[in-house]
Ligand binder design. Structure first.
Ligand code: S3P
Length: 172
């Protein structure tokens, strides 16, 4: 059985399939998985939507940074990151120091279809969510592209992205 010392890190917009891909990789590689969003919710004892509503984005991002530093210090885990993790360059440096970073790249129109009926996402709880997704995607694309690898995640199934990531990991 292959045993990876490095972490496998997934970044990308909401709705790009990070959580499902992370779960599939964890099963296949028998590696533990951590989600920064889940850890934030656990620490704050609040759902992200409520945390942002009560304490604001700045508080959320500061907590996210603390969690990222903690999980980046681990070895041999799969890290499923919240979509905005790249907004702080220190987060990406920490994640890259001990991990192979994969950007799951899904087109804004695809993301919109996947998240439009999900009331738990504060970022798209706005009058024109598609325009908002396009704007955020454009703003963050150069940051996401700092990942080691970009993986096309616009397709309907997660099998393609999972297979591509496995191939890269096995080569490394
Ligand atoms: C965010 C994405 C969310 C969550 C928060 C902010 C973002 O995570 O961290 O709502 O800024 O893109 P997912 O990408 O897991 O939905």
């Amino acid at each position: 059985m292959l045993k990876f010392q490095k972490n496998i890190v997934l970044i990308g917009m909401m709705g790009s399939g990070k959580s499902m891909v992370a779960k599939a990789l964890a099963r296949k590689l028998k590696m533990p998985r951590l989600s920064t969003d889940e850890l934030i919710e656990k620490k704050a004892k609040l759902r992200i939507k409520d945390l942002v509503a009560q304490k604001g984005w700045e508080y959320f991002r500061a907590l996210e940074h603390k969690i990222v530093v903690q999980v980046s210090g681990k070895k041999g885990i799969i890290i499923d990151c919240g979509g905005g993790v790249v907004m702080d360059p220190e987060n990406l440096s920490a994640l890259k120091a001990n991990g192979i970073v994969f950007f799951l790249n899904a087109r804004p129109a695809v993301i919109y279809q996947r998240v439009k009926n999900d009331p738990s996402r504060p970022l798209v709880d706005v009058p024109n969510p598609l325009a908002q997704i396009r704007r955020i995607y454009k703003q963050r694309l150069p940051l996401y592209n700092q990942a080691h690898y970009a993986i096309d995640a616009s397709g309907v199934s997660i099998e393609g992205p999972v297979a591509q990531i496995l191939a890269r990991v096995i080569q490394s």
